[in-house]
Ligand binder design. Structure first.
Ligand SMILES: NC(=O)c1ccc[n+]([C@@H]2O[C@H](COP(=O)([O-])OP(=O)(O)OC[C@H]3O[C@@H](n4cnc5c(N)ncnc54)[C@H](OP(=O)(O)O)[C@@H]3O)[C@@H](O)[C@H]2O)c1
Length: 317
């Protein structure tokens, strides 16, 4: 897309309409199995599909694989078997090949699963982004990658990396490209030279770190916001207020938190080694939380990151 076109789109009425469309998951097409009901597209198991700014769609809830280096193929196969269709990996997780093995073992067609990976800070610093992408492609089945993100905004290496990612989009080897851990100044700087607009920004979001400003500013630019560590890496599961809400609705705390992400219009990737938890985390699309309870959950925020070193302006890796 021409640079001027997407800037108009991101800042003008069209961008805002797209934002409302994304928040309401009002969609038109998908490569994933879907049904259309009342103008909302969902997968057959109830997971909404969010339309990204390049017209592709992504499941709103997915499965994260950070730290799953022990048996990634087993966890990914189980996740797919219980209904996940978005799988999130990264070069830095060291499990891309295992993730793809899990996809193959599940027996699902490649086109029916959405695979995300991320370019690691190390290869950006080393100047080996292109070689790393070829390796990721090979590990993830050799055909194409649905979405590739810049994992962290590594100073002085963002433009070079984005240009390479754009070339892979042009070659049809990567379908969508996006960002992770980008603050607004990083995004606005990238939008000055990008030929392809990022489809989403994957950032830390959970009740104790609601990240309101970054989420809002990302969505305002017609870029989807995706929550990483949506359960606070497990740290938010002990919150007493969430326990009260869970009791009130006969749900688990994890379900209440994930519902809060969904009703904020966020895409989220959550992780579990436990098949019962995997299933439980998907069973959230049959009810809505009232606005007052969403506000109560917003009130939990204490700007507490899962790791104090996760500040994108000051990260050590
Ligand atoms: N872009 C980035 O820089 C970045 C950074 C961090 C993470 N991520 C991505 O985000 C994904 C999710 O973040 P995360 O790995 O921190 O995971 P998370 O979903 O926030 O938390 C996972 C923890 O919650 C527990 N859990 C999950 N469901 C549960 C349930 N229903 N009941 C009780 N406990 C439950 C898990 O334990 P059990 O295994 O026992 O269920 C695990 O200890 C990552 O895997 C990765 O893909 C990206």
């Amino acid at each position: 897309m021409e640079r001027s076109t997407f800037i108009r789109s991101s800042l003008g009425l069209a961008g805002l309409l797209a934002l409302h469309k994304a928040a309401g998951a009002t969609l038109t097409s998908t490569t994933l199995t879907s049904t259309t009901d009342n103008n909302t597209t969902t997968m057959k198991n109830g997971i909404p599909l969010i339309q990204l700014n390049n017209g592709t769609t992504i499941p709103q809830l997915g499965f994260g694989t950070w730290t799953l280096t022990d048996k990634p193929e087993q966890y990914v196969r189980e996740a797919i078997e219980v209904g996940y269709r978005l799988i999130d990996t990264a070069q830095g997780y060291g499990n891309e090949a295992g993730v793809y093995q899990g996809v193959k073992d599940s027996g699902i067609a490649r086109k029916d699963v959405y695979l995300t990976t991320k370019v690691s800070p190390q290869v950006m610093r080393d100047g080996t982004v292109q070689r790393s992408l070829d390796e990721s492609l090979e590990k993830l089945g050799g055909e194409y990658i649905d979405l590739c993100l810049i994992h962290w905004p590594v100073k002085d290496h963002i433009q070079e990396t984005w240009t390479i990612l754009e070339d892979y989009v042009a070659k049809g080897l990567i379908r969508s490209i996006g960002l992770s851990n980008f603050n607004m100044h990083h995004i606005d700087d990238l939008l000055k030279y990008a030929r392809v607009k990022p489809v989403l920004n994957q950032i830390e979001v959970h009740p104790s770190f609601s990240n309101m400003q970054n989420v809002g500013r990302t969505l305002y630019r017609d870029i989807a916001a995706q929550s990483w560590s949506p359960l606070g890496n497990g740290q938010d599961l002990d919150d007493p207020v969430l326990a009260t809400l869970a009791k009130k609705y006969g749900r688990s705390v994890a379900q209440i938190i994930l519902k809060w992400h969904m009703q904020r219009g966020l895409i989220a990737v959550t992780r579990s080694r436990n098949v019962d938890h995997m299933k439980e985390n998907l069973a959230i699309f049959d009810h809505e939380l009232p606005p007052v309870d969403l506000s109560i959950i917003h009130g939990i925020n204490s700007d507490r990151r899962t790791n104090a070193q996760n500040d994108p302006d000051n990260f050590p890796w």
